[in-house]
Write a protein of this length. Sequence first.
Length: 111
Amino acid sequence: MFCKAQDTGFKQAMPGIKIKTLVYGKNTLLSQFRLAEGHTLPVHTHPHEQTGYLVSGRLKMSIGNDTFEVAPGDSWCVPGDTPHGAEVLEDALAIEVFSPVREDYLPTESV
């Protein structure tokens, strides 16, 4: 599967948090998150392993019992079923991969 870059297709996941599925296959899903300064991604869990890369902005991220300040170029990996969340310190853009595929992130129209 190949997908051309587009600035459309973002869904409002919660106030200040937008997500777009970029591409997905049988075992992985690649997504882009746009996060607005001052908003919070509440601590949550899911069974999917989640790896990410911060393109721009700043986050204060918690993974399990650890908290990190995340800057552009930093990356992370959240094991499945591990509590994690983030506070958006500056408008941010993050790229994340989920495995297995998050069915709830699949686009409603073909990618």
